[in-house]
Design a protein around this ligand. Structure first.
Ligand code: C2E
Ligand code: CA
Length: 757
């Protein structure tokens, strides 16, 4: 609605100048109509004077005046000129002398013409006609009347002298000037006029000219007879007197035709103007209506488009242009009944640790990578498939009609391979990893929204297996998930109740058998049972409780270490397993450092066990390396956990200031009897030693393994041979006991301190 109002406003705004222009134009046109109306009223008044003039010219009297002539003149003259006009009329009516009365009529007509702006209202072609009507033709009548009047007078005179005789040519000359002027003017003015009315006018003008010639001939005869005349009776006045009414009539006929023509012209102009006004009004109206119609249509289109966009936003992912989860649900809910024998399949893909991509390369590159992945998946989608982005880094390829399950699983594999290929992100070459969860229905089964949860469960299981792994949904996955969900809920309570504690697995000097340290390992004390990390850490990771667990373990371990301070014969090293969160957050590093210092411990005695896999992860490398460097600078003891499984490079071992490597149990178990393993394990030890890095072997279970390790340069061992992880008090007893033992540089063979080696 707002958009519609806004758009209409804009169009009205654009229309406003046109409307102003149009209103000026209309104003002008209405003004013109008004002025034409005024001129028409004036011309009608002048026309009403015509018969009076004609009667006066012919008979010397005015028998009656047209109805309301006086009122009409008063009205026309208004307050300023009505008195003047009425006076002219009265003078005209009262004047006995024909020429003077005619002259008065001529003056009145001129005044009317002036007031009503007759000339300016006329068209270009007829602009001269008012002058004919009010001046030229009446002057001819006046001059002819004077001539006739003189002629009548002369005929009554007795003797006539030269001066009397001179009146005749002088007067005749005056007439000639007026009449010839009229002939010339009519010819000139009428020349360009066209149409039937113009033809009539030209004809009248012809008649007038002929009559004029005849009248002038009569005048010439009168003039010639004057030369020899001695008395008035000798002058040939009769032709002039006789001809004069004909001339008056011809002149008035022409006058009337001229008036008619002018009336017609004014009326034509009036109707043309009115037509233009109506047409303009109509067109303007249509334009306005059309503009509003367009505005409404446009706003509707815009509103529809916006609506469409909103709908698209509702069903489409704006980043990749793919449909979204809502659209998928919509599609699934509207599926036709399942066809017998046909399956339905879904591959749910999630990119691993994508947050790190964003952190390292920026959101912009992250977005472009998501678009690339969308495009890659699209390449493999069949026409019937429905590919959508179901979440931040999650894509789902839905196949409503699946024929071969094995092929569909193969597709999941191919997709993971393609996504994992090296690509250029920003200016760096890097790879992203993904997992896929597959759901395939039983043939003919009608599917519902549950396929999304089932595919997600399969994905979850695949993620736990590691990068590039995929798995097909089995009901056991749902059970595992439900258990995990249950664990997560219980874990929450365990954390609140302080039931997550650290137990400690001692680490001994391989040569002396002396406990030199211990690794803190999380334990869940659940009433009488002890729950081990393998049983709750995956659920904790999934539920986001890892940091809370580490906090609990760390506080417990550090407090325990502080409680032993100064009580042990030699300084104890405390091993803490750290996850990526500590390694990516500088704040977490500061908190740990503060905690250690406040407890009076030395960072050098705190071993931070960092998984080799974390260290070499390319994507996470930069921020993690920076934090490890910082921890090292602060004096912490950096230990590389599960060494051997992650293929760390020599340079990363050196660059990261690793203090000790913990050789993974898989390289220790049976090392004393397996020559192939011996080669590998001794290579690992030699690599560390060549870099001046000390070596701890974990998972040492037998004396044979221990002895082999001792011979091959291992420094410290940890494993069930010595002890399992034990509660703090037990470890304290173990350590404090050592205070009373003689310090032996190297024991030949030491057995288990505790547990079942
Ligand atoms: P890890 O860091 O490799 O810890 C050593 C694991 O090997 C421990 O299992 C320990 O009980 C077991 N182990 C030690 N010696 C032997 C042996 O001789 N034979 C056999 N079979 N096993 C041995 P646990 O305590 O179950 O811990 C498993 C994993 O849980 C740990 O592996 C560690 O990755 C993780 N974990 C435990 N506590 C924490 C913690 O506080 N924070 C983090 N991030 N991870 C923890
Ligand atoms: Ca460890």
């Amino acid at each position: 609605m707002r958009i519609r109002g806004w758009l209409t406003g804009l169009i009205v705004f654009l229309l406003a100048p046109s409307l102003v222009f149009a209103s000026l134009w209309f104003h002008n046109k209405f003004d013109k109509v008004n002025s034409i109306d005024n001129s028409l009223a004036g011309l009608h008044l002048i026309e009403a004077l015509g018969p009076l003039l004609q009667e006066k010219a012919l008979t010397g009297k005015i028998s009656s005046t047209p109805d309301h002539l006086r009122e009409r003149l008063e009205e026309l003259g208004g307050s300023e000129r009505s008195a003047d006009l009425v006076l002219s009329l009265d003078t005209l009516l009262e004047e006995r002398s024909i020429p003077l009365a005619l002259r008065q009529a001529q003056i009145l007509a001129s005044k009317i013409s002036q007031i009503t702006r007759l000339s300016s209202a006329s068209s270009f072609e007829t602009a001269k006609l008012p002058q004919l009507i009010t001046d030229t033709l009446p002057t001819v009548v006046i001059q002819s009347a004077i001539m006739a009047n003189n002629a009548k007078n002369i005929s009554t005179w007795g003797e006539i002298n030269v001066w009397d005789k001179m009146v005749i040519p002088v007067q005749g000359g005056q007439y000639k000037i007026a009449a010839d002027g009229a002939s010339r003017d009519t010819m000139e003015y009428f020349h360009d006029l066209t149409g039937a009315q113009a033809e009539l006018l030209k004809k009248q003008a012809g008649v007038f000219r002929k009559t004029n010639v005849a009248f002038q001939n009569a005048g010439s005869k009168m003039l010639s007879s004057t030369i020899t005349a001695e008395k008035g009776g000798d002058v040939m006045t009769r032709p002039v007197v006789n001809m004069q009414p004909a001339l008056v009539n011809a002149t008035f006929a022409l006058w009337q035709s001229t008036v008619d023509y002018l009336l017609m012209d004014l009326q034509r102009q009036r109707s043309e103007t009115l037509f233009a006004v109506s047409l303009a009004g109509l067109v303007g109206g249509l334009v306005i209506v059309a503009a509003f119609a367009i505005a409404i249509a446009l706003s509707r289109a815009l509103a529809d488009k916006t609506q469409q966009e909103f709908e698209n936003l509702g069903f489409h992912d704006p980043l990749t242009g793919l449909p979204n989860r809502r659209a998928l649900l919509n599609t699934i809910r509207n599926l036709p009944p399942a066809e017998p024998g046909l399956r339905t399949g879904a591959i749910l893909i999630d990119l691993r640790e994508f947050k790190k991509v964003n952190d390292r390369f920026g959101d912009h590159n992250g977005d472009s990578l998501l678009r690339q992945v969308a495009e890659q998946l699209n390449q493999h989608a069949e026409p019937d498939d429905f590919l959508c982005r179901t979440g931040g880094t999650e894509f789902l390829l839905f196949r409503p009609r699946l024929k071969k399950a094995a092929q569909f699983e193969q597709l999941a594999f191919t997709l993971l391979q393609e996504i994992s290929t090296d690509r250029i992100i920003g200016n760096n070459r890097s790879a992203i990893e993904a997992n896929a969860g597959i759901f395939i229905s039983s043939p003919g089964d009608q599917i519902s929204d549950h396929i999304l949860t089932d595919a997600a469960l399969a994905l979850r299981a695949a993620k736990q297996k590691g990068p590039r792994k995929f798995g097909r949904f089995t009901p056991a996955m749902r059970t595992a998930f439900e258990e995990s969900d249950q664990i997560a809920k219980e874990l929450q309570n365990a954390l609140k109740g302080g039931n997550i504690v650290a137990w400690f697995q001692p680490q001994v000097n391989i040569h002396t058998g002396e406990v030199v340290g211990a690794e803190a390992l999380a334990r869940w004390i659940d009433d009488d049972t002890i729950r081990y990390p393998g049983a709750f850490l995956p659920a904790a990771m999934e539920a986001g409780y890892m940091e809370d667990i580490e906090d609990a373990v760390r506080s417990h371990a550090l407090n325990f270490a502080a409680s032993l301070s100064g009580k042990t014969r030699s300084a104890m090293h405390l091993g803490l397993n750290v996850t990526a969160s500590l390694l990516t957050s500088t704040k977490a590093v500061d908190v740990l450092h503060k905690q250690v210092i406040e407890l009076g411990l030395k960072p050098a005695h705190i071993n931070l066990e960092i998984l080799e896999a974390v260290m070499i992860d390319e994507v996470t490398a930069t921020p993690i390396r920076q934090n490890i460097a910082r921890l090292s600078e602060l004096g912490f003891f950096i230990e590389l956990d599960d060494f051997g499984t992650g293929h760390s490079s020599i340079s990363s071992l050196r660059d990261l200031n690793v203090d000790r490597v913990k050789i993974d149990r898989s390289f220790i178990s049976g090392v004393d009897t397996d020559p192939a393993l011996q080669k590998f394990t001794s290579a690992l030890i030699n690599l560390a030693k060549s870099l001046d890095i000390s070596v701890l072997a974990e998972g040492v279970e037998t004396a044979g393994e221990r002895d082999w390790l001792k011979r091959h340069g291992c420094d410290v061992i940890q494993g069930f041979l010595i002890s399992q992880a034990v509660p703090d008090a037990e470890l304290a007893t173990m350590i404090l006991k050592q205070n009373f033992k003689p310090k032996v540089p190297a024991l030949e063979g030491y057995g288990p301190l505790r547990g079942q080696a």
